[in-house]
Write a new protein. Structure first.
Length: 300
């Protein structure tokens, strides 16, 4: 059963009904204070190093820049204590550009996508104004999207298409905003137009958090979301690549959006079912067995 009220149609502007007070469970199984502090200090050190190093990203080759940013994303996930697993293999850029698309639940998604494949990414324009993070994202070659300005959309799609042709790899989140994971938002087709224009391959990637509290939704603050993530004893994120889609064969952006959304939904559902089966098996394994003297008694 849905835990959210259904959002009213809002045209282009992405909308999610998710809210921290309504969607995120109460704290449990938390890490100790020393571990939380260690994670925050490690992450802060890496981010400051990234800020100091960001001018170098502007002068190195495009390929080296993406490799360095990808390595930084992996290091930052580790510093935060977040364990990343990839269930399968992703299509890598070769003779064809690749657009990586996924469901969106948090700023952790961006780190995850960049960590599993060096690439540029589409980000909301407001991130450019964030202290520390904004300059690093700009130096990494982010494509900025004004989510609430439809008039800016054609320019954004042009920029995304150029990024695909030039760098060969681009990541984005077609829902346009974050959802908590209990439900997902519709995939907006606009981003897939960039793949059609660039003749790219579309690689859907289902992203699944080990704990819903890792989500960053509604009017949540970045500080509050970060604190919840480092407070978890064992935060995890799983990336599940699904079947790639060829935008030179499927030339409808709406069909590409529908197929990518459907494949991600199936992967997430299969993952939940596998988790439930593993949990049930664990409960059976832990169930106390009848004492041997009872099983030895003859039936009456």
């Amino acid at each position: 059963m849905s835990v959210h009220p259904r959002p009213a149609p809002t045209g282009w502007t992405p909308f999610s009904p998710c809210h921290p007070d309504r969607c995120l469970p109460a704290a449990s199984d938390e890490a100790g204070w020393a571990r939380r502090a260690g994670r925050l200090l490690s992450a802060a050190f890496l981010v400051l190093c990234g800020l100091a190093f960001s001018p170098v990203l502007l002068v190195v080759s495009r390929r080296r820049r993406h490799t360095l940013v990808s390595a930084g994303a992996r290091m930052l996930l580790r510093a935060l204590g977040i364990r990343l697993t990839v269930a399968g293999s992703v299509v890598r850029p070769g003779g064809r550009a690749v657009l990586y698309v996924g469901n969106h639940g948090s700023w952790i998604d961006i780190l995850t996508m960049v960590a599993i494949q060096p690439c540029r990414h589409v980000a909301k324009a407001s991130i450019r104004r964030w202290p520390v993070v904004g300059p690093i994202a700009a130096a990494a070659g982010s494509v900025w999207m004004e989510r609430d300005k439809l008039s800016k959309l054609p320019a954004t799609i042009d920029a995304a298409s150029r990024a695909l042709r030039m760098s060969g790899a681009l990541a984005g989140f077609p829902e346009g905003t974050t959802w908590c994971g209990q439900e997902r938002g519709p995939f907006k087709p606009a981003l897939f137009e960039a793949a059609v224009r660039a003749g790219a391959v579309v690689q859907p990637v289902a992203l699944r958090f080990g704990d819903t509290r890792m989500a960053f939704v509604g009017d949540d603050s970045l500080a509050a979301s970060l604190w919840r993530a480092v407070s978890l004893r064992r935060p995890t994120v799983e990336a599940i690549p699904t079947a790639a889609l060829d935008a030179t064969v499927i030339r409808s952006r709406r069909e590409l959006a529908a197929l990518a959304s459907s494949s991600i939904a199936s992967a997430l559902t299969d993952g939940r079912m596998a988790t439930m089966r593993a949990s049930s098996a664990s409960m059976v394994a832990m169930r106390p067995q009848a004492p041997s003297y009872l099983t030895a008694l003859p039936s009456s």
